[in-house]
Structure formats: structure tokens, C-alpha cells
Design a binder for this molecule. Sequence first.
Ligand SMILES: [Zn+2]
Ligand SMILES: [Zn+2]
Length: 493
Amino acid sequence: MQPFDCLTENDKEIVRQWCINYGNAEPQSIEKILATWNKNKRTLFRAFGRKLQISFPIHQKVNSSYRHSKWRNLYSPFIIYDKNDLQNFKYDPRNHIFINDLVEWMRDDLIDILPVSMLKGILEYTKYCYVETGKTNDDKCFAGGAKGKVLKIPKGTKIMRAIRKVLEYYSFPHMDSFNEWRDDISVINTDKEINAELVLSINPVDFITMSDNRSGWTSCMSWIDNGAYSTGTIEMLNSNVAVVAYLRNPQSFTYNDLDIPNKSWRTLVFVHKDILLVGKHYPYQSEALAKIVLDKVREIVKNTVGWKYHYHNQLYRDMIRSYDNNYVRDKDYFQRLNDGHKIYVYTNIMYHDIIEDHSTDYWCCRNKVKKNLYLNLSGPATCMCCGEPIDKDFTNNFSTSIKYCKDCCDKYYCRGCGLVSVEHFKHKIIFKEKVYGEVYTHYGHPDCIIDNFLWDSKDGYCVAKNRLYDVDKTRYKPLTRERLLFNEVCGSV
Ligand SMILES: [Zn+2]
Ligand SMILES: [Zn+2]
């Protein structure tokens, strides 16, 4: 049995949808894009007793950082400056369902009726930190509701009551999601203990969503935010030592009805026969959790592959004088340091907390190594379209958040929607644009070019089947709207 055989259909579908919707790359097949993972994780798979995830319950007293991180998820992260902010709002799976319902409702039903100040007023109450026990700090009036009368909310009204009154006044159609939100908040305030599940995982889903959650935090590894170092998640996916460790929030995190483990606390733990090393924690540091992770991993690998560590739960200080990942990658530089028994760790392009952030404590279990060990924590970053390695120059020059290779980008990139997709490119058109007399060629799906691109171009033309089409706005708008012009050229360039 191989790691790939353990993936469920749900796992594969999450990977596929994350790649398309947040990685801008449509997998040619899930097997292809996970081939390197499947090969490189074999040792860890064995060490995990041929499982992709191991989970166990833990009990801890709730501390303020835990409570705070849960709170953040329930506030409205949404701020309105003008109506454009509302118009551009896209459903975000990380928000509480009530916040999504609320903002979508304002965008679709209220935007033309109410002035911005009133829309702001509705959202404002949801941003109070102590929404359950707090009280409003000024008088507010709302107008334009179904009953015609003005609604007055005086200073000192309980926040929860104020929100309910405003929603009822405007006949908010999703009161059940409001009730759910209110209940979730009340649970956080009464929680005294975390009865959580701690999960150790080598499942691809947990690598690509390692910083995507509905627990109120994010990082530069997030795919949803196109985080600045999010290609790093693929290095960790394909690494032969990286494991994701997290607390699973019982509150669900769903995307198109797919259930994704909702990570309320997360770290990476690097598992090698001579060292177990815990990286930085998100969104808060917890020495206790780091030690629980180390104890558990140590116990597991001892039983499965017989790895043992002489020193337990120590601070890792070997990189304390290193500030630049580039230096560490240069083995010669480190070999000249004549100190014999250190374990140096580095990554490829991924942001490397252990080197860059010395204000954090890193915990490890380790053996004394006979000579310096240089441990690459990364695997190759591979293309989420074709599965081949992504050239380092491409990521360095272009973007350290890219999820596809240069080859696929050259061949299958749609200028309209930005998706790299073989399938969609069976129906491509070539679009030539004239800017200041220079002609630029773009490729794209017909629909995307029409929707996203064509009408911004004042002076362009489109070539298909060697025929030239002007894309002068006034002249062709009626034609393209009915797709007459572009239906003709679909799939035939
Ligand atoms: Zn590729
Ligand atoms: Zn497109």
C-alpha cells in the first residue's frame, strides 16, 4: 500500500478545488500532481503505521490566546468604506456563515436602498469584542425598514439585542444563521477546557490548507490569500521530513460542501531519525503543545520504525547565529565552521522561520550526530497542473506564491481568468491587443476574454482562423454579447 491509496474521494476533491480556485492551476490528474508526494512521503508513511493522519484527544485549560483566536473568527472582518467594498464582496469560506449571509444580503438587497452610513452602522455592532456582554457606546438611528418607522437604538443597549433589532427591522432573511452565531459566541465564553483533537498529518489536504481555516488566522502560506510564500506549502507537501501538526477545531470549515479540517493551532514538525524538530506555531506559541507533539511523535516512531532520541524536549539552538537562509544552503560555508556535531536545517524558497525568527522558541528531540548534519526540510515545489518540478528561477523571478511551472504557464495560461488549464485550453482564442502601436498577443478562454478583458481594450483586434476581428467597443458589443462572434472560433485556433 502506498500513501496515495489512502486518499479518500473527499481528499482528492478538496485538492482539486483548492488548486483550481486558489492555486490557479487545474490538475491534469490528482495522481500526477501528487506523484512526488507519494514517493517522498513513503518513509513517513511507514513511520505513521501506514496512515496519513494520527489523531488523539487532548485536554487543556483555556487560556486567553486560545479564546482570542476563536473570537477573531466571529467578528466581522469586513469593513465598508464605500459601496464598492460591498459590491466586490466575495463569499469567503473562512467567515462565519452569519457574516457571509449578512454581507451578501447587504450587497444584494440593501445596497440600492440604504446610504453607506447606514450599511456601516449595521455591520459595526458585529465588530464589538465582547459582543455578548457588551453594550452600545452611542445612540444610533436606522431608517428605511419595512414598517416605515425609524428604529432608535439608544446608547447602553446590549450588543446582541441591538443586532437582533436591526436585523428584524430590515427583515433579514437568515435569522437562523444569526442564532447560530450567537450560540457559537456563547460557547466560547463558557469554555473552560479545550477538549480538542490533536492531529499529526501527512495528508496533502492538510499541507495545502495549512494556513487556511475558519479559526480567525492566516499566514504567508495561505492559498486563499495567495500568501507571499505559499509555494512553500508544496515544498512541505513533497518534503520527506515534514508533518503538519494541528488542533482540530470542532467547528466545521466547509467549502462547496467539502469538509476541511479546521485548524485552530498549527505547526510543522520535522521528523528525521536524528532529530524531531517543531517549527513556529500559528496563531500563538504554546510550549505545552509543542512538547505534547514531540512526546507523541517520539512514541509513534519508536513503535513503528524503531527511531530513538537520546535528548528529549530541548530547545533547538543550532541556528541561533544564522540569519539568512541563503547562507545556510551553502554547505561549504557551514563546513568551514569547525563545530562537528550540529544539525543545520534549511529550506528551498520557503520562508524559513527557524532562521529568520529568533524570538520564537523551537523545541526538539535529538541524537548526537557524528558529524554536522545538513538537513533540507523542503522537497521540490511541483506544478499543480502537470506535476513536474517548478524551476527555481521561475519562482525567484516571478513569484514565491506560484503553483504551476513555466512550461504550463507558457502553454495554458488564460489572460482573462488567470487559470492554467489544459482542459479549458481546448477552447482557446488568440487575442491581439494594440497598445501605442505595439501589438501584444494573449491567449484565453473565449468567455474569460469577453468577460474580463475585451471591453477594457479601446484599440485592439482579435485573430482567429486567420481572420481579423476588431474589438472596437461600440462596433462589436451587440455581437459579442450574444456570443456570435466568439462561438465561431471556439476550439479551432
Ligand atoms: Zn506544469
Ligand atoms: Zn479563462
